[in-house]
Ligand binder design. Structure first.
Ligand SMILES: CCCCCCCC/C=C\CCCCCCCC(=O)N[C@@H](COP(=O)(O)O)[C@H](O)/C=C/CCCCCCCCCCCCC
Length: 215
């Protein structure tokens, strides 16, 4: 990582996912949701260029959402609930095939939401891992049980190859900039419920509106 880039901090990511839940966990602030993802992308960038195909995709999806947020209809994109209501009522979502609205907020968030399930599984595996656990195995298991179900063979293959160069658990924990292994494990335990609440809320919202299979 270059000296000018901000260092990853797991604490910051935790704060973002914590602060994106509002109205008694009944809504999610898009700005803070994206901030959480930006922090995670910073972490991934610090792991080297082998993950750049992943971070490029995440960055482009974050950018799509930031453009909506800073656009004329920005207020409609303030929360996930308001975004879904606005885009559906204005016919701005391609429901069956990509057509006039290939980059709707709803489909873009769905891609990140599916990745959040991977993150949830991966963080839990890291939290309960032992000293001899291999991060590459933990990451691959989490991926194959979640996001891989939505990816074509070539992406699954490339992702599984990239996982093989993930650093060892100790190094991985160091890059998180939290402190000792015990402190990392504690912080992961603290972070999990927030990530899960964000995931569960989004899943329920998308399920209610039949948005879980957007093309
Ligand atoms: C506490 C720190 C530990 C964990 C840190 C994790 C950092 C992860 C940061 C970002 C995660 C990646 C987010 C990827 C979003 C992927 C969205 C997606 O599924 N996109 C595909 C579909 O999009 P459309 O074509 O329909 O627009 C797209 O085709 C994907 C392309 C890229 C490949 C995605 C592979 C995903 C692997 C996820 C594991 C990342 C490994 C990071 C290792 C720490």
């Amino acid at each position: 990582m270059s000296g000018t880039e901000e260092k990853f901090s797991l604490r910051e990511v935790l704060v973002s996912f914590k602060s994106c839940l509002v109205d008694d966990d009944q809504d999610v602030l898009v700005e803070h949701y994206l901030k959480g993802w930006k922090g995670l992308v910073r972490f991934m960038n610090s792991l080297g260029t082998v993950f750049s195909f992943v971070s490029k995709d995440a960055v482009s999806k974050i950018q799509i959402m930031e453009n909506y947020l800073s656009g004329e209809q920005g207020e409609r994109y303030r929360t996930l609930q308001s975004m879904v209501e606005y885009e559906l009522s204005s016919n701005l979502v391609d429901l069956n095939k990509r057509d006039n609205h290939p980059e709707s907020g709803c489909r873009t968030i769905l891609r990140l939401h599916r990745a959040l399930r991977w993150l949830q599984l991966f963080l839990e595996k890291l939290r309960t891992s032992t000293e001899d656990s291999k991060t590459s195995n933990l990451c691959a298991e989490a991926y194959n049980d979640s996001l891989a179900n939505y990816h074509p063979w070539i992406i699954r293959k490339t992702a599984n190859l990239a996982f093989m160069v993930l650093p060892a658990r100790n190094t991985f924990f160091e890059v998180m900039n939290v402190g000792t292994t015990e402190e990392v494990v504690d912080m992961l335990g603290e972070a999990m419920p927030y990530v899960s609440n964000v995931y569960d809320f989004t899943q329920e919202l998308y399920s209610q509106h039949n948005l879980l299979d957007l093309p």
